[in-house]
Design a binder for this molecule. Structure first.
Ligand SMILES: Cc1ncc(COP(=O)(O)O)c(C=O)c1O
Length: 290
């Protein structure tokens, strides 16, 4: 089956969708990206994703190549030209093509690439038993709030996790606080409260993170955004969030069970609430119809 990609506004068969070898994304990871979920033609928090893309771009002194509404149209059209009702749309914006030099001469034309793939979901085994994680001391840069395409540290973290048979690596700061995962935000239930690291330069402001916090408050849970660590007394559950995982319980970290070592009641309720909101969006175009 031929998939269709969009390169600088042109729709092409995926095999023919290429960018120049001197694109600065390829040579310097000089770019930013987004991943948006589409459920049966309805995009989950498109505005928030495009706003974050604009913020990430601005942080590296790039402008979006077109107004947000136009970009949303390109994203929708890319979804429409591909065969996946539930899709993850990848949007990448780089500074453009120029002879290789850290500081390119003159104004460049940014490169915009959009693809649509089937939205993955966690396997039944992972849902039943929960995900597993390892911890690594954070060796990333100090602007993790930018959704940069420079993901080498995340790739190394994920590879190390896989080597040790785990699904995710959690980055710890020098004091042992859990910051986030390689491609996820991380939460704990501590003394019945939902706890996650506050938004700063050490974490990406996940769109699913914001959704979970909102759903948790609606469910009457107390939410604390503060540094936390895995050895805190009264820590009973752990979970991660991302566009492709929604909310997923994490039941073992560094080979030690979290709480009872099985998906906990709060994580399960929150996952159910998130799936309900996603189903409502899929069916009615309004996630609040759940
Ligand atoms: C480092 C990091 N944190 C968190 C997330 C989760 O973000 P979102 O919920 O917007 O998918 C991602 C997603 O790619 C990520 O790379």
């Amino acid at each position: 089956m031929t998939l269709t990609a969009c390169v600088n506004g042109r729709f092409l068969p995926l095999e023919q969708a290429t960018v120049h070898i001197e694109d600065r994304g390829f040579q310097f990871a000089d770019g930013v990206y987004e991943v948006v979920a589409c459920l049966n033609g309805h995009f989950l928090d498109m505005d928030a994703h495009l706003a974050r893309l604009e913020r990430s771009a601005a942080a590296i002194d790039l402008l979006l190549p077109c107004p947000r509404e136009e970009l949303a149209g390109i994203v929708e059209e890319t979804w429409r030209r591909n065969p996946f009702a539930d899709a993850m749309i990848y949007i990448q914006l780089t500074r453009g093509v120029a002879p290789r030099a850290h500081l390119p001469a003159g104004e460049l034309v940014p490169t915009l690439v959009v693809t649509s793939r089937e939205l993955p979901s966690p396997s039944p085994e992972k849902l039943e038993h929960g995900a597993t994680a390892i911890t690594l001391e954070d060796f990333r840069w100090k602007r993790c709030d930018i959704k940069s395409i420079a993901l080498l540290a995340s790739v190394m973290g994920k590879r190390e996790a896989a080597r040790r048979g785990a699904d995710e690596a959690f980055w710890l700061d020098a004091e042992g606080h859990v910051l986030e995962g390689c491609s996820t935000n991380v939460f704990a239930i501590i003394a019945g409260h939902l706890v996650t690291h506050p938004l700063d330069h050490q974490v990406l402001g996940g769109i699913t993170r914001a959704m979970l916090i909102r759903l948790a408050r609606e469910a009457g849970l107390e939410v604390e955004e503060r540094p936390w660590s895995l050895d805190e007394a009264d820590l009973t559950e752990c979970m991660l969030t991302s566009t492709t995982n929604a909310v997923l319980p994490v039941c073992r970290v560094d080979d030690t069970p979290v709480g009872e070592g099985a998906p906990g009641p709060v994580a399960l309720v929150l996952r159910q609430r998130m799936l309900q909101a996603m189903d409502a969006l899929r069916e009615t175009g309004n996630r609040n119809a759940a």
